[in-house]
Ligand binder design. Structure first.
Ligand code: IPD
Ligand code: CA
Ligand code: CA
Length: 255
């Protein structure tokens, strides 16, 4: 299955690469910062066409077309283009993210970093890979020496939810904080040891499904801000190399 997911991620990535820098049609969703382009939709249609042909009995949960529940144990969780804002502005940081769940367990995940032509993949119990190379989280156990990454929710103007307070606290307690604009790419870079930790609120299952498996298979840890286990529906995500996890939890809960 994993090779098939890699192949279809690359096919969707090809559509995205072709569309990069071309004139786009935008459709606004909840507000002016929340929109979808014709390319998001084309990439998603390609992936769904593939699932209908190869795995017609499986359920689909896809960002742009929603839920197709076929009462299967298997659910494909799809973000056809994570980092749409970057894509639409010409910033080459975006990806295709596809996770597969069996009941509530994530069993496979692929993230295709389109402009770097890098495939991040994981199967439950078999480790995490960047192209064909095995990857693991960083060894650093000192938050002060950490490079962290975060994102801001699309509805931050209506619901700031302490985003700036958390950002400030981590700026003061780490070596640096980055904001790339693609949660799935952020998670790849925790899995391969570039970043030591990532936190964000109000993400969706398709933003994090594949990335959660990648990080776990690369030796990292995932929880909510209370250090409890989470599933893809959690509204808080902390993903780390494991070694700075408790320190990050402490910072998140400082008054
Ligand atoms: C967004 C990105 C971004 C995150 C937003 C997501 P999209 O996904 O992952 O990093 O901060 O919350 O909505 O809309 O580009 O697929
Ligand atoms: Ca997304
Ligand atoms: Ca998306």
């Amino acid at each position: 299955m994993i090779q098939k997911i890699i192949n279809i991620s690359k096919e969707a990535g090809e559509i995205i690469r072709e569309g990069f820098g071309k004139k786009l049609t935008l459709e606004y969703k909840s507000n002016i910062t929340d929109f979808v382009t014709n390319i998001d939709k084309e990439a998603e249609n390609k992936i769904i066409e593939f699932i209908k042909k190869e795995y017609p009995s499986h359920n689909v949960l896809a960002e742009e077309s929603g839920v197709d529940n076929r009462n299967s144990k298997y659910t494909w969780v799809i973000d056809p283009l994570d980092g749409t804002m970057n894509f639409a502005h010409g910033l080459p940081i975006f990806c295709v993210s596809i996770g597969v769940m069996k009941d509530s367990e994530i069993i496979a995940g692929v993230i295709y970093d389109v402009m770097n032509d890098a495939i991040f993949s994981a199967e439950k119990g078999s480790g995490a890979f960047q192209n064909s190379k095995k990857i693991s989280v960083s060894e650093n156990s000192d938050l002060e020496k950490s490079l962290l990454v975060t994102g801001f929710p699309y509805n931050i103007k209506e619901n700031p939810d302490f985003a700036m307070e958390r950002f400030n606290k981590f700026l003061m307690n780490s070596s640096g904080v980055r904001r790339l604009g693609s949660a799935a790419i952020d998670m790849c870079y925790v899995a391969n040891g570039v970043f030591d930790g990532f936190w964000e609120v109000n993400l969706q299952p398709w933003d994090i499904c594949a990335g959660m498996l990648l990080i776990k298979e690369a030796g990292g840890k995932i929880s909510n801000f209370s250090n409890e286990q989470i599933d893809v529906y959690s509204k808080q995500l902390l993903a780390t190399n494991n070694k700075v996890h408790n320190e990050m939890i402490k910072v998140l809960n400082e008054k």
